[in-house]
Design a protein around this ligand. Structure first.
Ligand code: P6P
Length: 332
């Protein structure tokens, strides 16, 4: 008998019933992110047709050239989250400051969203997969007033939920609320995300590593020793240059993704709040590990600023443990 279709909405609502304390706000928030993902997907899929390719010529606050789709994705997500009435504020890669959201009909919102609206967007022009990354926190400040910066300075281990959308050969939304990881593939014929990967578990070990080999000589000696070990072990090198794509592959095939410190990025390139923490949450929920190159657990790092960068090693637990051994053995 053909498996019954379980839509994202149905799954979220069913899971909410398992939470005796659930009051539906988180459910509403997750569903609104799903709506935004469908809207973004529509534009990503026809980027080449609508002349929305190419940089708008301006740069974002980090000096990266901003692609029109970055802006579009950011606007759509903020719009959907504002309409949800469940979100008190947003921290986005595309906004220098956090975006407080006024309560709707005096209803107090208790959640916050951190997000990278379109990660890897420099790949859009060459038709390489890109992704949306999001994390959801409970606000700490008085719900009767606007959110404050401290609301966003929470460790990754305080995330209530996290997920990503990968706009690839198919569009898949993967998320966790702390009780396992599930994936939903968009069926464009019915416009629904349908359960396609239930209870995802990362392989203990993989046979590929993911790092920008071009920076090899700029890595610290202990990272070079570990990368040499991967090569000596005949591991394949897979690096797409789009973190969501690399992490998604590793979730299913196993492996390790590394972005160590370099001269250009002495603190690492990737952002703690809306790249490392949400993806670290997902990978840990799937049985994997995520640490930085100083061997601290990513989810235990105390954020100090919205856009702070972090080094990262994330993936199959046996491979992260082995990388840790190399760092301990060779670091000077
Ligand atoms: P590099 C994309 O710009 C991104 O933020 C991640 O998605 C990706 O893993 C990384 O940067 C690629 O960086 O320096 O290897 O081009």
């Amino acid at each position: 008998m053909q498996n019954r279709i379980v839509t994202l909405d149905e799954f979220i609502i069913r899971r909410q019933k398992e939470y005796t304390l659930a009051t539906g706000e988180l459910t509403g928030l997750l569903r609104d992110i799903g709506v935004a993902a469908k809207i973004i997907n529509r534009e990503v899929n026809k980027a080449g047709l609508l002349n929305i390719l190419g940089a708008v010529g301006n740069e974002n606050l980090h000096g990266d050239t901003v692609q029109k789709l970055d802006l579009y994705a950011n606007e759509k997500l903020i719009e959907c989250l504002k309409n949800s009435g469940e979100c008190a504020g947003i921290a986005s890669e595309e906004n220098e400051d956090y975006v407080p959201i006024a309560p709707m009909d005096e209803k107090e919102s208790k959640y916050l969203v951190v997000m990278d609206p379109l990660d890897g967007s420099s790949n859009i022009d060459v038709n390489v997969s890109v992704g949306t990354i999001f994390g959801i926190y409970r606000r700490k400040s008085d719900p009767s007033g606007p959110c404050v910066l401290e609301d966003f300075m929470q460790k990754g281990n305080e995330l209530v939920a996290a997920g990503y959308v990968l706009y690839g050969t198919s569009t898949i939304l993967v998320y966790s609320t702390g009780r396992g990881v599930n994936g939903f593939t968009l069926d464009p014929t019915i416009g629904e995300f349908c359960l396609s990967h239930q209870d995802i578990k990362i392989p203990e070990q993989g046979n590929s590593y993911s790092v920008n080999q071009g920076y090899y000589l700029k890595f610290d000696v202990e990272m070079r020793r570990y990368i040499d070990h991967c090569s000596d072990s005949n591991f394949g090198l897979r690096y797409i240059g789009s973190m969501v794509s690399d992490i998604h592959r590793i979730l299913f095939q196993g492996g390790i993704f590394l972005y160590p410190n370099t001269r250009k990025y002495p603190l690492g390139k990737l952002r703690l709040l809306y790249e490392c923490n949400p993806l670290g949450f997902i990978v840990e929920q799937a049985g994997g590990k995520a640490i930085n190159c100083s061997l601290e657990r990513i989810l235990d790092i105390e954020p100090k600023t919205l856009h702070q960068r972090e080094t990262i090693a994330i993936g199959s637990p046996a491979m992260v443990d082995e990388m840790k051994e190399f760092v301990e053995r060779y670091r000077v």
